[in-house]
Design a protein around this ligand. Structure first.
Ligand SMILES: Cc1ncc(COP(=O)(O)O)c(C=O)c1O
Length: 412
């Protein structure tokens, strides 16, 4: 269970069954959270938002005052963010960039291009040479650097997603570093300007783990610069700050992380450090609210079937967790002559309307007395939720979207 704010609860209660399911974005709480994150970081550390977590225009606009820029990972994201947040710095990353996407980045003037392979470097150099020969294109080289030893990485249920330090399609193998740097430093590609190193090695890390990763990336970048004589001025240490779906009220320790980054920045006064979190910025502001359609027993367990499902909120299916939720009893009289389906056990499993056993939102949720017609609000639905879901499967109606903008003080 999770703490439901009065603003979200009141909005859910105000909606009729036909107006559900609905995504509710609490932009007032996002504003507060983003301000706290920015406040915990040293001024010298640049904060970019990884747009892939949730590209909703209202989310981008709310984050605007607190972030330095936006990380985009496709031509689509690039055009979208340029349109919604013109004049804000963009860092364009992602494996497998097409020529069309690179042209878009050059035409829209993406401030940084994160190069992910030797082949991509040649493609970028060729296109930039033709389109922008006199304007240096600023490049960070994304390396697949070793991941320092971290206990939670790779443990079953540890919740981490590892993208570096092992064979992956992301970034450049450090063994290719000299080969990649050569044309950037020997005059072959004078219109590309290598500014530094980018690495995003894992997601789901606690503050001490993220800090260990940051220190290790900076050390690798330093070693590379010292060994090759290349002047590196920027290190982007990626995102991956943990959101704990089993403990939704617990937050990544931004003050401890910020203090650690301040020490790291002080030790490297000539480096600009940049981070690009996604999930840990926006997960908390989003709620997926719905209605219980039916409750029924099945072989000793009980299932509550809700309007909608994982085609709207795919997060629990992709991450293999139970999406935390709050139940909002709906006390309107039951309008039918037959008995109202109700839970007879203490726990139910919430599933959606899809014809697949994978359409599970949360297992064994304490729900004594749950009835058809009650509302359920799934929290932590503001990142990698609607935008990663397979909306069209079974052609159910799409959810509505609500944006709460007023700050409300809830009694603590
Ligand atoms: C390159 C890059 N940067 C940042 C992020 C954001 O990660 P998270 O949402 O875990 O903070 C991702 C996520 O996949 C990524 O691939």
């Amino acid at each position: 269970m999770t703490t439901l704010t009065s603003a979200v609860r009141d909005r859910v209660r105000s909606l009729s069954a036909e107006q559900l399911p609905a995504y509710i974005y609490d932009l007032a709480s996002l504003r507060e959270h983003a301000a706290a994150v920015r406040g915990a970081l040293p001024d010298r550390v640049e904060l970019y938002y990884a747009t892939k977590a949730n590209p909703e225009p209202a989310i981008l606009a709310t984050l605007g005052p607190y972030v330095t820029g936006f990380e985009v990972s496709s031509g689509g994201e690039l055009e979208h963010v340029r349109d919604v947040m013109p004049d804000r710095p963009l860092a364009f990353g992602g494996p497998g960039k097409t020529a069309t996407e690179i042209v878009t980045a050059l035409e829209l003037g993406a401030e940084r291009v994160h190069v992910e392979s030797l082949g991509e470097l040649h493609l970028l150099a060729d296109l930039a040479g033709r389109l922008a020969p006199d304007t240096p294109t600023a490049v960070l080289l994304r390396f697949n650097l070793p991941l320092p030893g971290i206990a939670s990485v790779g443990t079953p249920g540890g919740g981490t997603l590892v993208m570096g330090g092992r064979p992956t399609p992301f970034g450049i193998d450090p063994a290719q570093a000299d080969e990649v740097l050569r044309p950037l430093t020997d005059g072959t590609y004078p219109h590309l300007q290598v500014r530094g190193v980018h690495a995003h090695l894992a997601s789901g890390l606690q503050a001490s783990e993220s800090l260990a990763v940051a220190e290790s990336i900076v050390a690798c970048a330093r070693e590379l610069a010292d060994r090759t004589g290349v002047h590196l001025t920027e290190v982007n240490i990626g995102g991956g700050m943990e959101v704990d779906y089993a403990a939704p009220d617990r937050r990544f320790d931004w003050p401890a992380y910020g203090a650690g980054l301040a020490r790291l920045a002080d030790a490297h006064p000539d480096l600009t450090l940049r981070i690009e979190p996604g999930r840990a910025l926006t997960a908390y502001c989003g709620w997926y609210a719905t209605e219980v359609l039916d409750v029924k027993p099945s072989y000793g367990e009980e299932f509550a079937i809700v309007r909608g499902g994982t085609h709207h909120l795919r997060t629990p299916a992709t991450k293999g967790h139970d999406q935390p939720c709050a139940i909002i009893p709906h006390d309107q009289p039951w309008p039918h002559p037959w008995p109202r389906p109700a839970a007879g056990r203490r726990h139910v499993t919430f599933t959606g309307q899809l014809c697949t056993p994978k359409d599970v939102l949360a297992r064994h949720v304490p729900a004594t007395g749950l009835k058809a017609g009650d509302r359920v609000a799934f929290c932590l639905a503001g990142a990698y939720a609607w935008n990663i879901s397979h909306h069209d499967f079974l052609m159910h109606p799409r959810p509505a979207f609500h944006y709460l903008t007023e700050t409300r003080a809830d009694p603590s």
